[in-house]
Design a protein around this ligand. Structure first.
Ligand code: ZN
Length: 200
């Protein structure tokens, strides 16, 4: 029996300074084999980097697609509600969100965030504590839920990526000031790499 997927690959994660990270993702109308392959490769990439979420932009595709799995994090709780009832987070993972619509709920909460496109750069970011989400899964089925804690934060961070928004845009000026030099260096390295690959 033929496997519909090619071999699953760890993809290169684009770093800050790459223009695709600022591109708004295109809505996915048909979940074709290429999208299924991309989803599988994105999970592989995210797990290899020990991340909790990865957006399509981070692997060079400006699409409304992100993958999330918070099970690897034991010290930061997540909450999930399905049809108004609290539900088990682990059994809801891994999570594929296609064309997600996210509505912020609840009071703003500060929490630490990093990003695979910004290695070693962490800051506290204030975001709404919970979100209501409507999205499609990898089979094109619509589903909805409410998420809080780490999961709610990861969803907001990843869906920001789908609109070309980065966590540095959400940092307060003091945090941004602290990482300013690292950001400038990372951006310069990325741009240097891009012009070197163009020159080849
Ligand atoms: Zn990120």
């Amino acid at each position: 029996m033929a496997d519909s997927l090619n071999s699953i690959m760890v993809l290169p994660v684009l770093k800050y300074g790459h223009p695709v990270l600022r591109k708004k993702g295109v809505r996915i109308e048909t979940i074709a084999a290429e999208i299924q392959q991309l989803v599988a490769d994105m999970f592989e990439t995210m797990y290899a980097a020990r991340g909790v979420g990865l957006a399509a932009q981070q692997v060079g595709q400006s699409l409304q697609l992100t993958v999330i799995d918070v099970r690897g994090v034991k010290d930061r709780p997540s909450q999930l509600w399905l049809k108004g009832h609290e539900a088990d987070v682990a059994s809801f993972m891994p999570l594929v969100l296609i064309n997600p619509m996210v509505k912020p709920m609840g009071k703003p909460v500060k929490g630490a965030e990093g990003c695979l496109s910004f290695p070693e750069i962490y800051a506290d970011i204030e975001r709404p504590g919970e979100v209501d989400v409507i999205a499609q899964n990898e089979r094109g089925e619509s589903f909805s839920f409410r998420a809080g804690g780490l999961l709610g934060r990861a969803i907001q961070h990843e869906t920001d990526h789908l609109h070309g928004i980065l966590y540095i845009d959400r940092m307060d000026s003091a945090s941004l000031d602290e990482v300013k030099e690292e950001l400038a260096q990372l951006q310069a390295e990325t741009k240097q790499g891009l012009s070197a690959s163009r020159a080849r």
